[in-house]
Ligand binder design. Structure first.
Ligand code: IVH
Length: 701
């Protein structure tokens, strides 16, 4: 008789599978399953653990969130002080440090440096100790504190997905790690998460965090683990200790071992044979700043050899064997020339500062956000003031303070927040308890413009060719509409505003070729391409349509969950607040917003129009075929013709599922060249193995 797995075995295998996918997703950035599939695994584990609470262990993935933190945080001494670094601000200082390093070592020795990005977050020490089955498990997470004593923020650290809760025996072995060790590294808040967090804070009437570092520090020290979990902090490891001592002979090996053990190590590092190579690295690293998605404020250079590090030792608070090269600050002083008021998709009016152009961190800044009326008051800023402008994690620069000294006389003109919409003239309204003033005219041209841009955005309908300029033209506006400048073409000729071709999103789907051809600089090719894109977007499905409609609080993920749960717009429209709250992750606030959205006649009309124009208002059903319905595949190795993504796409299009790990439930393993452990496991479990030809045969039924 076949062995029926016990609850413990099921729990164990689910945990392993979840760990595996978390690692793929959070550490390697290459998920192999969808969010929904991940949730399903997690839910199965939660159910089993509910039935068998005695089997819950602190390193179970279900334990990332939850667990009440104690009052405040306990103070704990570090195994070895967490030091800071000396700084170098220019090449000269860096070369002087290199001289000192070489002077401190015998001249016969070769010297090698490791260059790393200096992540602008806060440092953490993670202590691992012996766990079950010879694994190591996370025992404690400490902040730097004063360097000698840190705060125990373990509960919050557990919610950071790139922090492994445990490291399996096998991985420890491959990484040559003992069961107890300490990893140090940096917690950062990605810029996108920072922007989102500040939007939420501002909406709640709280002051926005000044930069992602402060936001990360505040987050890791909150007493609400649920909030920490939502914030999506990231952890990059850069140190490995055992009993307060560096474990491995070189820093390069340390980073390798950390990677092998499942920690996230920043990929932008390099070794350098001499200071010239370090300087080359720095020159390449600085422009990365604009593209990383998280903040860096310099480059850290470390002596690679642990023995040499020991010989060089420390001065007071910092090691002699490392230095931080700091990039120039991304802040500057400039004059506030004027304040413009922009109207967003939801009608929210945002004051935007028009500045005397100033070069900050390699970018000319001419605009900065002032967030809202309260922020203007808090800053006490007037037109004509000199202001300190910072480019933080936010792409949009912001004014942080008003300068008031001899060289910078105060401005005279008060900033008057408008009482009517600067675009359509409707009266502005403010919901009690909120800080934002809103234009409530849903036909306001500024709002329609933003709605259309949102609808066409890549993450929504992904309509190529429907950008700023095209939307403006379709609305009969000039392309520089929101800047408040005079309308001119690129060549400088004035543009006459014309009758709008569209008034709503639905009108997009009514556009005729001839209408497009009548627009400025739109030829046959452009018109046909745009029409084809618009046509294609009809099939995007319910989740994207929901996202596109701009229902408050309904982002990408919530849209997907709602679509999967209800299956059709019709069912969703009729759902009560209670029924909505039955959906995983939908709370009362979101449910209320959805109910309110569907109570507005105009919204219902738009949905009906879109549906009758051919938009798909049902959840993703597999379209191509169902030949592989119910079958689970695992891909391994390199296939001769298909890339892994292509193979995956084909399998999924035919109704099959692709999983990242082989289990008894796997139906087929598709193996290519250099297939590894997955193939071995398949053979051990007796799972069928096919090659590319075999897969294609299956696909063709
Ligand atoms: S090594 C004893 N490496 O910078 C040396 N630090 O200014 C300890 N930091 O407290 C630090 N990225 O919070 C190191 N790749 C990196 C870093 C890094 C950021 C932070 C760390 C440290 C501060 C010193």
């Amino acid at each position: 008789m076949a062995h029926v797995p016990t609850a413990e075995e099921q729990i164990q295998s689910l945990r392993e599978e979840i760990h595996h996918h978390e690692h793929l997703y959070y550490v390697l950035d290459s998920p192999e399953i969808t969010d929904a599939q991940y949730d399903a695994l997690m839910n199965r584990l939660k159910k089993l653990e509910e039935q068998h609470p005695e089997l819950i262990t602190p390193d179970s993935p279900t334990q990332r969130v939850g667990g009440k933190p104690r009052e405040g945080f306990a103070k704990v001494a570090h195994s070895r002080p967490m030091l800071s670094l000396d700084n170098a601000y220019n090449e000269e200082e860096l070369r002087a440090w290199d001289q000192r390093v070489r002077a401190g070592l015998p001249s016969s020795e070769t010297l090698r440096y490791v260059c790393e990005l200096k992540l602008d977050g806060l440092s953490l020490a993670l202590q691992y100790g012996a766990g079950a089955h010879e694994s190591a498990h996370l025992e404690r997470g400490l902040t730097r504190g004063d360097g000698t004593t840190g705060e125990d923020v373990t509960t919050n650290v557990r919610t950071i997905r790139s922090v492994p809760l445990s490291v399996a025996a096998k991985k420890l072995h491959t990484a040559h790690l003992p069961q107890s060790f300490e990893v140090r590294g940096e917690v950062v808040l990605p810029q996108a998460a920072f922007v989102k967090m500040n939007e939420e804070r501002v909406a709640q009437g709280l002051a926005p965090a000044a930069n992602p570092r402060n936001a990360a520090a505040g987050t890791i020290r909150t007493l609400e683990p649920n909030i920490v979990a939502q914030r999506r902090l990231d952890f990059y490891a850069y140190f490995l200790l055992r009993d307060g001592e560096t474990l491995l002979p070189t820093h390069t090996e340390t980073l390798e071992a950390l990677k092998t053990a499942g920690f996230r190590v920043n990929p932008h590092g390099a070794t350098a044979k001499n200071i010239d190579q370090v300087i080359e690295f720095i020159a390449k690293a600085e422009p990365l700043r604009e593209t990383l998605g998280y903040e860096i404020d310099g480059v850290v250079i470390k002596v690679d050899s642990t023995a040499q590090q020991r010989r060089l030792g420390f001065t007071g608070k910092a090691p002699r064997w490392a230095i931080a090269y700091k990039f120039a600050a991304r802040a500057g002083i400039t004059k506030l020339e004027d304040v413009l008021f922009q109207v967003g998709r939801t009608g929210k009016v945002t004051p935007v500062a028009a500045l005397t152009p100033v070069l900050i961190g390699g970018t000319t800044v001419t605009r900065a956000t002032l967030h809202n009326a309260d922020e203007i008051e808090r800053l006490g800023v007037r037109i004509g003031d000199f202001v300190q402008v910072e480019r933080g994690g936010d792409v949009i620069p912001k004014i942080v303070s008003v300068i008031d000294d001899k060289e910078h006389p105060r401005g005279k003109k008060e900033i008057v927040f408008p009482s009517v919409c600067p675009v359509c003239g409707s009266e502005l309204m403010k919901v009690e308890g909120e800080v934002d003033w809103r234009c409530v005219n849903s036909s306001c041209p500024a709002r329609v413009r933003e709605e259309l841009l949102h609808w066409s955005a890549r993450s929504v309908m992904n309509i190529e060719g429907l950008g700023d300029a095209m939307v403006a033209q379709l609305l009969g506006q000039n392309p520089t509409f929101d800047e408040g400048t005079e309308a001119v073409t690129e060549e400088g000729a004035p543009i006459t505003t014309r009758k709008p071709l569209i008034h709503t999103i639905a009108d997009l789907y009514r556009l005729k070729r001839e209408q497009l051809l009548g627009l400025e600089r739109v030829g046959e090719k452009t018109a046909d391409a745009l029409l084809a894109e618009i046509e294609r977007s009809k099939a995007a499905g319910l989740a994207r349509a929901l996202l596109g409609l701009g229902i408050r609080f309904v982002g990408e993920r919530t849209g997907q969950l709602l679509a999967q749960h209800f299956g059709s717009m019709k069912a969703l429209r009729e759902a009560s607040a209670e029924e909505l709250e039955a959906v995983n992750e939908v709370g009362p606030k979101v449910a209320q917003a959805i109910v309110e959205f569907f109570a507005v006649e105009k919204n219902l009309q738009l949905i009906d129009d879109l549906e009758s124009l051919g938009l798909k208002m049902t959840a993703e059903k597999r379209v191509v075929g169902t030949t592989l319905e119910g079958l689970t595949f695992v891909l391994t190795g390199t296939l001769p013709n298909l890339t892994r993504d292509e193979a995956k796409e084909k399998i999924e299009a035919a109704g099959g599922k692709v999983s990242g790990s082989v289990s008894k439930k796997t139906d087929y393993v598709v193996a290519g060249e250099e297939a590894g452990s997955k193939l071995e496991k398949a053979q051990a479990l007796g799972v069928k193995v096919v090659d590319e030809v075999g897969l294609l045969k299956l696909l063709n039924g």
